[in-house]
Design a protein around this ligand. Sequence first.
Ligand code: ZN
Length: 314
Amino acid sequence: MSEIDILISEVGPRDGLQSIEAIMPTEAKKAWVAAEAAAGIREIEVGSFVPPKLLPQMADTAEIVAYARTLPGLTVAALVPNLKGAENAIKAGAHKISLPLSVSETHSKANLRKSHEQVLDEVRAIVELLNSLPANQRPGFEGSLSTAFGCTLEGPVPETKVTELARKLIEAGCDEVGLSDTTGMANPRQLRRLIRLVRSEVGDDKLTGVHLHNTRGLGLANILAALDEGITTVDSSLGGLGGCPYAPGASGNIVTEDLAFMLDSMGLRTGIDLGKLLEVRAIVTDALPDEAMYGFTPDAGLPKGYVSGWGIGK
Ligand code: ZN
């Protein structure tokens, strides 16, 4: 397998699907995940281990994880809200689990019905469980700092709160923390500052990934700022599926196709075959004909004579 410079972590099957009503059939989810893996995507967050009663869309996550594990070279990630979710993710065989901790405590209480301390208690319980497993069965564990750049309920979120919670997550035993612009409020300068501040608090190797949104059109600009700071993993969603609940008509997540095109055209290796990636969208639109799909590259297509890093130094 060839080396890559930047890892695009596809979150559509989790982040995209969790915010839409129509249930995507399990077989279509499998076809989607398989097609993206075949296009060279190396990591996919395939679902969330939440109670099916709360989120029927995610009821088949264990089956999707088990299936995705059979795809060669793919890192299978899943979201877990608590210890119970982590137990199920481990049972299903996820390679990587992440737990969201909302920096805005108001948002945390509204969405997870938990205070920061209660979420950190879950983290500690999960770490205890992980430590009881043989090393080769232990998934990676990321604490994801959501609403890190601003909150729809609280407004601005203090940087000191982000760094404090990053430190607490690492102290509780997370392998890594991630920065998440859940509400699409980040700007490039803020991103640079926050990455530096968090890294100086927990160490460069403990913050390697960001989850950014495109709610106000700053998604790719923010990605570039993150890459300039040395971030190597960026999340995105095929077709920006799911949209943004706060801004109708806008994609929520970064669009995978546009992101992959930007990085590839800059000559950065992602491992992705752009032509194959652009074909994956049909699987999603066939299964979910009423859902809006976003992105510019899928409409415009690849430029004539396109090659990776094209035009650079010519
Ligand atoms: Zn998202």
